[in-house]
Design a protein around this ligand. Structure first.
Ligand code: ZN
Length: 289
């Protein structure tokens, strides 16, 4: 049995370096099934989804992490979400039929925004320029700028799998430079083929067989969209009465389709009037696939 849709953390106990490995299969298939994406665009989105799982697992929080790459290129947006309980979703916008090329060729100039939305408390954001051949370069830059800890990440994706490897110096116990250099040099020999096919422990053995590595229990990952009629209602209300009234001049129903999961939401004039006046609306018949 191959390990799929799972995250594994590991630790170089004697060196003060931690790591994570992730591979998505079913969750990746489900996340992209509502979108028509070329294999080149799938490579970018799959890498974004693998990385948001890796990054969300580096912090202790309850809520969602959103990784959003925005550029002025033909592929203008790539978004990936992960929750603390390892639910993922993602989408790409713009020319989603592009041929495979480097990140900067596909997305142009722009920025990568990483947002943490805790269930309690205010959201916070980190921003880094969208520069480099690949998303892994951008994320490595992000860590170089935002944390003083040495961090490296490798990301790979194709039409069937998305995978990532992450290593970071431990905050409390700084590793010796030579140890970090050795581990990151070894990790850097990892290939796409290994990441998309070998299980975590096999791969760790192949990369670091002379090191003592402790590998923690797998954590499973699932595709799940966090959309709901409540969230869409909040967005509609924020448009304001004037805007909503003008929409109803042209149609009888406001239809909203979730880009992540394909779910369909309808609101008629009465629903919207109730919403604006703060009355609850009947939700049972409002959603359908
Ligand atoms: Zn949805």
């Amino acid at each position: 049995m191959k390990e799929q849709d799972c995250l594994r953390r590991f630790l170089f106990e004697e060196l003060g370096v931690r790591g994570e490995w992730v591979r998505l299969q079913n969750s990746w298939q489900q996340a992209k099934q509502y979108q028509e994406l070329s294999s080149g665009v799938q490579e970018q989105l799959g890498q974004a989804m693998a990385s948001v799982v890796l990054l969300s697992a580096t912090i202790k929080f309850e809520g969602a992490m959103i990784l959003q790459a925005q550029g002025n290129g033909d592929l203008n947006t790539v978004v990936a979400h992960a929750s603390h309980d390892r639910k993922v979703r993602g989408l790409a916008r713009g020319n989603t039929q592009m041929e495979a090329a480097s990140l900067s060729e596909m997305m142009g100039e722009g920025r990568l925004v990483i947002t943490v939305e805790p269930e309690q408390g205010e959201p916070y954001q980190g921003i880094v320029k969208l520069e480099g051949e690949k998303l892994a370069d951008v994320i490595t830059n992000y860590f170089t700028q935002s944390e003083q800890l040495e961090t490296k990440v490798w990301l790979f994706a194709n039409e069937t799998h998305a995978a990532g490897l992450f290593i970071q110096e431990l905050p409390a116990q700084e590793s010796y430079e030579a140890d970090w250099e050795r581990i990151s040099t070894l990790a850097n020999t990892v290939t796409k083929e290994e990441m998309l096919s070998l299980d975590c422990e096999e791969m760790l053995y192949r990369l670091f067989n002379e090191e003592k590595v402790r590998v923690y229990e797998p954590e499973s990952i699932e595709f799940k969209c966090g959309c709901s009629s409540e969230k869409i209602e909040t967005t509609l209300v924020s448009l304001g009465k004037k805007e909503l009234d003008s929409i109803f001049l042209e149609r009888d129903i406001i239809e909203v389709n979730c880009e992540f999961c394909g779910k369909h939401y309808d609101f008629d004039k009465v629903d919207i009037e109730n919403l604006l006046s703060g009355k609850p609306i009947e939700k049972l018949s409002k959603t359908r696939h």
